[in-house]
Every structure is written in structure tokens, then in C-alpha cells.
Design a protein around this ligand. Structure first.
Ligand code: NAD
Length: 498
């Protein structure tokens, strides 16, 4: 018998014994799964819950058990009404706020990528994630009575989270999904799952204390490709939501289930010289240096009009970024990309070296053979438009800056670099014709003018944040409505009051 089975067995026996004793040391009695649907009084379909789901607080080794537990939690949540959903949203937000420093540190220690200050900020920003209030029904009233279109839950949602923001993505997914009345099962990134397990347990314990629901946000410990496949196939899972690179998007879309895919990006920036170059430089540094350029919306390459190119490079230096020379860029490039054998036909395709993703500028500078002042947030250099740092989504605090002869050329190159992901693009300009031309050409989900990329997620711009931006499948910045089915309720000829 494996250690895992032993642990499972022991947990179940202890939970069972404690619940029979019912004494002060027993855990709070969990809400039982409803046997009737609270909405209509009809019997609820499905098997009764098993004791195996007790005492786990969302943490499961077995994906199918997690889906079953989440299904039970979904039914329990529907019994708690809108007030229950509101409580879940507030509990998750409050816990992210209270544990921001601790969880950010945990995530950084586990993944070793990004920056502590920004990881803390990402958890604090959960306060701005929309909740139940986002689900205003759409009403129609006319000669034939009244009709209401409502945003109803799917049930259990299978979710995949990235290594770049593990707890923040899980937390904002839980807020949006639970606000809409759903439960979730998460397969976190194998390099960032321990912190997700810690946070999920704390969320579920708090939700259980207040609402008696034990497994509303389940996580798999440890996550594997097999557990992803099991989640995707499970009968209770009605929808997938994946946040990550091209691999997981492909896997989700091939699953046969409806999938909301927050896919990869490679956001280009265009600087046309009609706006303040110092502001453009400041914004570009802030966005590209954010969490060491781990954000999918982060500035990854900049195209600058030749006429203002030198002034823009000087502005970047003035604002604190460090310029690498040609030889240093060559050394960094050699280390930042690998050419795995067996890939490509005679000309292997470069792959970003994961060892350097999200690492500090000091680490990159050392590799490049440069000495930089302490506190430097970003490295940059002039490159060609076909440089690997332009073409690949590199997620490092080094920014390639490309000289272009015209706005038209800049837009063409930006579109090429974006690879049709339709994710994010940024322009620094006061020329509305240039803004319009770029927006139309790139068709990105986020298009930011005269700000840092994060302005697109409410940090310096108007709007609410979220760490899942459904680019590939087109739902946009995820919010509670993203995780709903629209249901129409029609009253014929009556109830119109005038
Ligand atoms: P990744 O693609 O390596 O992993 C993302 C998740 O997918 C992980 O949980 C991973 O285990 C899982 N995964 C990967 N291949 C899979 C497969 N074949 N089947 C099942 N699961 C699979 O990405 P990452 O390095 O963790 O994150 C960075 C990537 O995610 C970048 O491409 C970035 O642009 C993208 N991202 C997008 C958004 C968005 O909102 N659009 C947000 C964050 C990150």
C-alpha cells in the first residue's frame, strides 16, 4: 500500500470518528449536500457525497475525488443564495489582503521567479476583482409580457493556472467563479503548486467556518498532466478555464469541453514621438520591469520611430534603465535561448531558457558581462526586428528596442511580433490616426495608450483587474459573467405593469 493511500485512509477514519463523537474537538459539521434542488424542490441528481471528501479543505491527490467534492460544494453554494456567494468573494479577498506578504514570499521561494514587491501587489489587487454585482440580469418588457435573461452558473469549472502568478490567478478565478455560483478544481503549474495548495486550504477552511462548505475551490496535490486529463474528462466538470502558454491552450481546446483560454502574448509597444518621450520611457520601464516581466500583458519589445530613437534611448537611461552594448546582448541572447535537439527540421526552433525567465536584472547583467547600479529595474538595447528577444515571449527584464522608419513600418513589425495572439499592445502617441491604425491592425484584446501595460488591468488606468485574460477564445478580461450560462425566463402577456 502506498504512503498516499495510507494518508487518505487515516484522514477518512479520523474524520469519521470525530464526526461520530460530535464532541468539542470534532470539526464543525459540514453542510450536507442538498437532496433537493433549492430552486424547484426536485430531487438532486448524482451520487450522495462520500466520506472521502471530509477533512480535506479542498486538497486532493485524486482529481476525480476533487471533482466530486467540488460538485457537492457547488450544490451547497446554490443553497446559500446570493448572500453566500458574496461571503465567499469577501473571504477570498480578505485572506489575500491579510496574507499578501506571506503568500507572496511562499510563491517566490517556490518558483524563484519575479519580484516580491509585485507579488505582494498582485495579491492586494484582488480587492478590485468584480463580484456578484457584475451579474445584472438583462430585462425586456413589452406587449407580450416580460422576459429576463439571467447569468446562471455552470457548476464545476476545471481550471489551470500558470507558474508566473499562481496564487493570484487561482484567487481571482475563485472570486469570479464563485460570484457566479460555481465551484472549481485547480491543476496548478507543477513548479508553483505548493503555494496554491497552502492558499486553497486556507480559503476552504475559512469558507467552511462561515458557510459550512468544505471544498468549493479544490486543488490537486501534486498536479500532473494525468490529473489535468482526469479533470477535463470528469462528468461534473462543465467548463474549463486555462491560463498559460500555447501547450495548455491546445490541450484544453482538444478536450472536447468548452474552454475559456487565457493564452500567451508578446505585447509590442510603438513610440511615434508625438507624445512625451520621458513619460513613454517611464511607462515602458514600469510595465516591462513588473515582476521581472512575467506579466502576459508586459511590454516585450518596443518599436521607435527613427527620428526620435536616440532621444528615446536617452530617456530610458535617464529613467533608470541600463543599456547593454552589442557584445553584451549577444552573450545574453546565447544564454537566454536554447535549441533543443530534435525540434525543427535542420534548423531547430529556439526555446526560451526557463532558467532565466523572471530572474532579476542583476542575474541577466552578470551573464551579459555588465555591471549595473544596484536597484536597476530593467536592461535594454537596440536590436533588429528579427532578433530572438523580439520574436519570442521571453519574460525577462531585458527589453529589445527596434528602430523603424515610419509608423506604418512600426505597425507591420509590431503585428509580426505579436504573432496574432490578439493579446495586448501599447502605443505612446498623441496622434489619433496612429492609435486607430495600430488598434485596427493588431486587433488585440487590450490596447493601451500612453500608459504602462498594467493600466490595462486597472493599475494606473480605469477598469477592473484579473489575471486571466481570455485572448484565444475571445471572452476578454475574465469577470463573473465569463463563468455563466445565459438563461432566459419568459412570462407571456402578464406582469408588465403599465
Ligand atoms: P505554461 O504554458 O508552461 O503553463 C501554464 C499551465 O499549463 C501550467 O499549469 C502547466 O502545468 C499547464 N500545462 C502546460 N502544458 C499543458 C498540457 N499540455 N496539458 C495540460 N496542462 C498543461 O505557462 P507558464 O510559464 O506557467 O506561464 C506563462 C505563459 O502563460 C505565457 O505564455 C503567458 O503569456 C501566459 N499567460 C497568459 C495569461 C493570460 O491571461 N492570457 C496570464 C498569465 C500567463
Amino acid at each position: 500500500m502506498s504512503a498516499q493511500v495510507n494518508e487518505t485512509l487515516i484522514r477518512d477514519v479520523v474524520a469519521e470518528v470525530l464526526s461520530r463523537l460530535g464532541g468539542p474537538s470534532a470539526p464543525a459539521k459540514p453542510a450536507s449536500a442538498p437532496t433537493v434542488n433549492p430552486a424547484c424542490g426536485c430531487p438532486v441528481e448524482g451520487k450522495p457525497p462520500r466520506a472521502v471528501t471530509r477533512g480535506r479543505f479542498g486538497v486532493f491527490q485524486d482529481a476525480n475525488e476533487a471533482c466530486e467534492a467540488a460538485h457537492e460544494a457547488y450544490l451547497q453554494l446554490s443553497e446559500k443564495g446570493v448572500a453566500g456567494r458574496n461571503r465567499v468573494v469577501q473571504i477570498v479577498k480578505d485572506l489575500c489582503f491579510a496574507n499578501a506578504k506571506e503568500w507572496a514570499r511562499l510563491e517566490l521561494e517556490e518558483t524563484k521567479i519575479g519580484r516580491l514587491d509585485h507579488k505582494i501587489e498582485k495579491l492586494l489587487s484582488q480587492r478590485g476583482i468584480p463580484g456578484v454585482e457584475f451579474l445584472n440580469p438583462y430585462g425586456l418588457s413589452g406587449d407580450h409580457g416580460i422576459t429576463l435573461e439571467e447569468y446562471a452558473p455552470f457548476g464545476v469549472i476545471g481550471a489551470v493556472t500558470p507558474s508566473t502568478h499562481s496564487i493570484p490567478t487561482m484567487a481571482c478565478n475563485i472570486i469570479s467563479m464563485a460570484a457566479a455560483g460555481n465551484a472549481a478544481v485547480f491543476n496548478a503549474h507543477p513548479a508553483a503548486y505548493k503555494c496554491a495548495v497552502t492558499a486553497a486550504r486556507v480559503f476552504n477552511e475559512a469558507i467552511h467556518r462561515e458557510l459550512g462548505i468544505e471544498n468549493l475551490a479544490c486543488v490537486i496535490d501534486p498536479p500532473t498532466l494525468d490529473s489535468f486529463n482526469a479533470i477535463a474528462k470528469n462528468e461534473h466538470v462543465k467548463l474549463l478555464c486555462v491560463t498559460g502558454g500555447p501547450g495548455v491552450v491546445k490541450a484544453a481546446m482538444a478536450s472536447g469541453k468548452r474552454a475559456i483560454c487565457a493564452g500567451p502574448g508578446n505585447p509590442p509597444v510603438l513610440v511615434d514621438g508625438t507624445s512625451c518621450l520621458n513619460n513613454a520611457a517611464k511607462c515602458v520601464i514600469f510595465g516591462a520591469a513588473y515582476d521581472n516581466n512575467l506579466l502576459c500583458i508586459g511590454e516585450k519589445e518596443v518599436f521607435v520611430l527613427e527620428s526620435v530613437f536616440d532621444r528615446f534611448m536617452a530617456a530610458l537611461e535617464k529613467q533608470g534603465a541600463f543599456r547593454l552594448n552589442e557584445a553584451q546582448v549577444a552573450k545574453l541572447t546565447q544564454a537566454a535561448f536554447v535549441f533543443p535537439a530534435g525540434q525543427g527540421a535542420g534548423c531547430p526552433h529556439p526555446v526560451v531558457n526557463r532558467e532565466l525567465v523572471g530572474r532579476d536584472p542583476e542575474v541577466l547583467a552578470r551573464i551579459a558581462g555588465a555591471t549595473i547600479p544596484s536597484g536597476t529595474q530593467l536592461l535594454f538595447a537596440e536590436t533588429g526586428a528579427d532578433h530572438l528577444f523580439v520574436e519570442e515571449e521571453q519574460m525577462m527584464p531585458f527589453l529589445p528596442i527596434v528602430r523603424v522608419k515610419s509608423v506604418e513600418e512600426g505597425i507591420v513589425e509590431a503585428k509580426k511580433a505579436e504573432h496574432g495572439y490578439k493579446h495586448s499592445a501599447i502605443i505612446h502617441s498623441h496622434d489619433v490616426a496612429n492609435m486607430t491604425a495600430m488598434a485596427r491592425a493588431l486587433e488585440t484584446t487590450l490596447f493601451i495608450k500612453n500608459g504602462a501595460c498594467v493600466a490595462g488591468l486597472g493599475n494606473g488606468g480605469e477598469g477592473y483587474p484579473n489575471f486571466s485574460i481570455a485572448t484565444t477564445t475571445g471572452e476578454g478580461i475574465c469577470n463573473p459573467r465569463t463563468f455563466t450560462r445565459v438563461r432566459r425566463c419568459v412570462m407571456v402577456d402578464k406582469l408588465r405593469i403599465f
